[in-house]
Design a protein around this ligand. Structure first.
Ligand SMILES: *Cc1c(COP(=O)(O)O)cnc(C)c1O
Length: 370
């Protein structure tokens, strides 16, 4: 039996009747952009996250970019980002004209280390973008306390953390604003691209409504140089169906994560570290080992898919390397050579988890027997 990294087709099949009806309903309605489905999804997702407002947009990168833009961030400004994240976190900052300023991550949780913030906050710093990496919230109290004392914004990158909790509060409600992605493989995924910003800030909400729609709230009145970044009605209708399943599907991921933790017991494999204030949603299950390559090849030979999130930190990519040649991020630079993501998802079962754990143990036994 093969173990795929994530089975998106099984997710569709479980909800097929409801999804098909939702899509057909939009097609039948004759209204395809900025209509009732989008409005309802925004209300429901804001309520889910525990915020007053939600503005849906075209994708997660746009959600981050528009939130920064909505706060007036641009040329000459600096925005603090984690050194270890998906490159979109950085690209959103660069697109505003501001400079991404990296802070190293913690060696245990792989999330932004609040202890590194003070040293890089300066005159030009306008915001911090903590990432809730792999579905586990960053240490937000430490981050927001420091941001408040310096009068700078906190914009969560919650693209991997739909439903995650920090001290009981949901991701998306922990800073000034938060950006979500509904890319198909995220915990709440559409059948195409999608994204959203959640916030309690009414002024930001109003600006985002205009920015996503040519700078216009009323037809042919344009107050800003806006963009076209909208979630379409079909994706909104799909997301409304899937939002009703999000907690249950996240609970299935959490059960699998507990199985992994119970079954994997190897001295050279570090399991995910979960602080007592965190309730992660296990977007990814990432382990760490100095023998990563051996483990990956061994599992691949047994039909088990693994991936690396992410092999190259943004500042070491060709897109950024020239500008960040003197960037020292020792914890990030060492972890990217050792992390690997094991299969996890709402349509994986306990037998498959056992198969992955057994696979890992097999390499260990083989090495022990020489
Ligand atoms: C997926 C992702 C994004 C970007 O979302 P898209 O919808 O693909 O544009 C941003 N940040 C993180 C951490 C992500 O995982």
């Amino acid at each position: 039996m093969n173990v795929p990294f994530l089975d998106l087709r099984a997710a569709y099949l479980e909800l097929r009747d409801e999804i098909d009806a939702a899509v057909r309903g939009v097609l039948d309605s004759g209204w395809y952009v900025l209509g009732g489905q989008v409005r309802l999804f925004e209300e429901e997702f804001a309520a889910y996250c525990g915020t007053r407002y939600c503005v849906s947009v075209a994708n997660g990168l746009d959600a981050l970019f528009l939130a920064l833009k909505g706060y007036g961030i641009g040329e000459g400004d600096e925005v603090i980002v984690p050194a270890h994240t998906f490159i979109a976190t950085w690209l959103a900052v660069s697109r505003t004209g501001a400079r991404p300023v990296p802070v190293d991550v913690r060696a245990d949780t792989f999330n932004l280390d609040p202890a590194g913030l003070e040293a890089v906050i300066g005159e030009r710093t306008k915001a911090i973008v903590p990432v809730h990496l792999y579905g586990q919230c960053a240490d937000m109290d430490a981050i927001t306390a420091l941001a408040d004392s310096h009068g700078i914004r906190v914009i969560e990158d919650a693209a991997q953390a739909h439903g995650a909790r920090y001290r009981g509060r949901r991701a998306g409600s922990l800073g000034d604003a938060a950006a979500f992605s509904f890319y198909p493989s995220k915990n709440l995924g559409a059948y195409g691209d999608g994204g959203a910003v959640t916030t309690d800030d009414e002024a930001l909400y109003e600006r985002l409504l205009a920015l996503r729609n040519y700078g216009s709230v009323r037809k042919y009145e344009h107050d800003d140089l806006g963009y076209n970044s909208r979630l379409d009605e079909i994706q909104a209708a799909v997301l409304r169906v899937k939002l009703r399943r999000l907690d249950e599907w996240n609970a299935r991921r959490a059960r699998l994560a507990r199985r992994y933790a119970a079954l994997i017991d190897m001295p050279d494999l570090q399991l995910p570290v979960v602080p007592d204030w965190a309730e992660p949603v296990w977007h990814l299950f990432v382990v760490r080992s100095g023998r990563r390559q051996q483990y990956r090849e061994w599992l691949a030979a047994r039909g088990i898919d693994t991936l690396i999130h992410y092999p190259v930190p943004p500042c070491r990519t060709r897109a950024y390397a020239a500008d960040y040649a003197d960037c020292r991020m020792p914890r990030t630079d060492s972890l990217v050579d050792e992390i690997m993501s094991l299969p996890i998802g709402p349509h994986m079962d306990a037998a498959q988890v056992a198969q992955v754990a057994e696979g890992l143990a097999g390499l260990d036994r083989q090495s022990a027997s020489g």
